[in-house]
Design a protein around this ligand. Structure first.
Ligand code: FE2
Length: 274
């Protein structure tokens, strides 16, 4: 296996970006809207949701090996392609109008409907990731680490991992418990805003080749998902303060397990010798 250590960037912006390699952003679940404080056991689960990802061994593999990092972005592909349909399914399955209202903004963002901008199919978040990966594959650094045959194999594995993750989630949603479904959704996507800055810093470490990579998917998820997580945590707080506390907490745990299963499987692939 080829392992190329990350060269540390030196510009101020790059240093700020590189700090994300070691220090995750402040947890976005700190409510700022005057909403009641979250119960301590809910806060603990929301923190667990993020830190099990931001401290996952996958991050060390990405930090220490360009090859492993590139494998990761391949393996994450089908999970990214499937995310908008996943939010769609959640939205249509939720029974409570209030829960639907909380998910709606997120759904519009996923589908590429940005307020004030013309709707374009290629702004759909799965398509943004596809463009990112397509342009990444063309770079010299990618081609020096991953050949065409391996790229196809990684794509097949990525599809299998995504099918497994979403299959588990769709079964959970079919149980028809809104609080549980929303909790699980948070367990699956609530770590995005904390993790993507690290991915951005990893990619920046690959150097000049990144000029040719479509980074919109990375930039968007560093920013938009801070608000997504905050809004979702507000809804979770409502469930957690009422009779559905156990449901939303169980959902969080089941969502966290889906994310952990996905990341553990990616780690296994990334740890293999070429
Ligand atoms: Fe997204």
């Amino acid at each position: 296996m080829s392992t190329t250590a990350i060269d540390r960037p030196t510009s101020t912006a790059a240093l700020a970006s590189a700090s994300a390699l070691v220090a995750p952003l402040a947890a976005p679940h700190t409510l700022q809207t005057g909403a009641p404080a979250l119960p301590a056991n809910t806060v603990a689960l929301l923190t667990l949701r993020e830190e099990l990802i931001t401290h996952h061994p996958v991050n060390d593999l990405m930090r220490n090996s360009s090859r492993a990092m590139l494998q990761f972005f391949e393996l994450y592909g089908h999970f990214a392609y499937g995310f908008a349909p996943f939010v769609c399914t959640l939205f249509t399955t939720l029974r409570g109008q209030r829960a639907k209202a909380f998910i709606y903004e997120n759904l519009l963002d996923e589908m590429g409907c940005v307020s004030g901008q013309a709707t374009a199919w290629d702004n759909q978040h799965g398509e943004l990731y596809r463009s990112f990966l397509t342009t990444l594959r063309r770079t010299d650094v990618y081609q020096s680490h991953i050949g065409e045959k391996e790229q196809r194999e990684l794509d097949v594995m990525s599809k299998r991992l995504a099918d497994q993750a979403y299959g588990t989630y769709y079964e959970l949603v079919a149980e028809g418990n809104d609080a549980q479904s929303v909790g699980a959704f948070s367990g699956v996507e609530g770590w995005v805003a904390a993790e993507y800055p690290f991915w951005r810093a990893c990619l920046a470490s690959l150097g000049n080749d990144m000029r040719f990579v479509d980074m919109r998917t990375i930039e968007i998820h560093c920013e938009a998902d801070v608000e997504h997580a905050r809004v979702l945590d507000e809804l979770i707080g409502e469930y957690a303060g009422g009779v559905q506390a156990a449901d939303v907490h169980r959902g969080l745990l089941r969502g966290i397990e889906i994310s952990q299963t996905l990341f553990a499987a990616m780690r296994d692939v990334m740890s293999r010798e070429a």
